[in-house]
Design a protein around this ligand. Structure first.
Ligand SMILES: Cc1ncc(COP(=O)(O)O)c(C=O)c1O
Length: 362
């Protein structure tokens, strides 16, 4: 079923969904060996966590910290965490020395990360790219040595074509960061790979648990990793999780509202990495049960957040800034008293924004 988005209510409040029982839900943690795997990779370092007191004052909370993924394993987005672990697991499952073509579809960052990991492991990559991905992102994937196939359709269509190409070639494996019934093992590894980001965050925050973590969402795999991390650990009840999507591609918000996964039509958005019309089937049960709230933001909201963060010294692209745009929409303006109550936020709360990518070329 395809449903259309509802960007804002008539009264001007942002589109909002809240689930009061989310923090009572629990699940199993990601496997412990993932963080050790990443720590052994060349160029690995924890990404910075930057405190922005001026932003905390403006949003009316105790602390705001930005987890800055603008440089992760030499790439400008968090996606290399998932691609590296998934490619490692795919190659470990094959006979030694047997070459493999790693196939994926991308709206930019994931495809570049798969292409980089393939090259590092001496394998070839084929990356399907939908319409609307900026030429600079396509050039970056080509520069990693991958073959690029441009698709005259949406991200969902590019995923279909990549899956068909991988199925047709016995020497190929699909390394996709979204799941559907019957294709869940590799996306599961990708989500496991994202766990390292949250383990770093724990170490950086010390004894403190954030009251709110704000997650930019495309298909919901990163949000699945966030839910897994906080709902699996003792004390995870202290942390609310808010997903943020482009108002033109808010498939998770639409699905949460209907209490079942639905697809939404997508167009173009500057938040290219989040331009996805269908939630990951693997992520969906986690999001439905473990996310506290979901919100949608406009390209304009994201652009304003890019500017504000740049003025505060944090470089991020439109997806990265979506976390601030979502926090701003949730915590300020009409209806914010109720939204803060939905999130259980008091005036001294610590809020973590996941800035998932660095500044992108425009
Ligand atoms: C920069 C950036 N932020 C956020 C996301 C959303 O992640 P997910 O699709 O796992 O929800 C992506 C996905 O490609 C991305 O590239």
């Amino acid at each position: 079923m395809v449903v259309t988005g509802q960007p804002r209510t008539a009264a001007g409040s942002p589109a909002w969904f809240a689930h009061s029982a989310a923090r009572d839900w629990t699940c199993a943690p990601a496997p412990a060996e993932v963080a050790d795997f990443h720590a052994a990779l060349p160029g690995y370092a924890a990404t910075p966590l930057t405190e922005l007191p001026a932003l905390a004052a403006r949003l009316g909370v105790g602390r705001v910290l930005v987890k800055d993924e603008s440089s992760r394993l030499g790439l400008p987005a968090f996606k290399a965490l998932g691609a590296s672990w998934a490619v490692h697991r795919v190659l470990a499952a094959r006979a030694a020395g047997e070459p493999v073509l790693l196939v994926t579809a991308t709206d930019g960052n994931h495809g570049r990360a798969v292409a980089r990991m393939a090259a590092l492991r001496g394998q070839r990559a084929q990356v399907f790219v939908p319409r609307g991905v900026p030429p600079s992102a396509v050039a970056a994937i080509l520069a990693e040595g991958a073959q690029v196939t441009e698709v005259a359709g949406s991200y969902d269509e590019a995923v279909r074509q990549a899956a068909a190409a991988a199925t047709a070639d016995p020497g190929a494996v699909l390394v996709q960061d979204t799941a559907w019934p019957g294709y869940e093992q590799v996306p599961g590894w990708i989500v496991q790979g994202y766990a390292t980001l949250f383990l770093e965050l724990d170490a950086q925050l010390g004894a403190e648990s954030p009251a709110l973590v704000v997650v930019p969402v495309g298909v919901g795999s990163l949000a699945q990793a966030a839910v897994t991390h906080y709902r699996a650990r003792p004390g995870g009840r202290a942390t609310a999780l808010l997903s943020v999507e482009p108002d033109t591609a808010a498939c998770v918000l639409a699905s949460l509202r209907r209490n079942r996964p639905v697809s939404v039509p997508t167009g173009t958005t500057t938040m290219a990495g989040m331009n996805c019309g269908t939630p990951s089937s693997l992520a969906w049960p986690y999001l439905r049960q473990g996310l506290d709230a979901a919100i949608a933001v406009t390209d304009r909201d994201s652009a304003a957040a890019v500017r504000e963060l740049a003025e505060l010294g944090v470089s991020c692209g439109p997806c990265g800034a979506a976390a601030l745009a979502g926090a701003d929409a949730a915590l300020t303006g009409l209806g914010s008293t109720r939204r803060r109550a939905d999130l259980g936020l008091g005036p001294t709360a610590t809020v973590v924004l996941l800035s998932t990518e660095g500044r992108t070329a425009t």
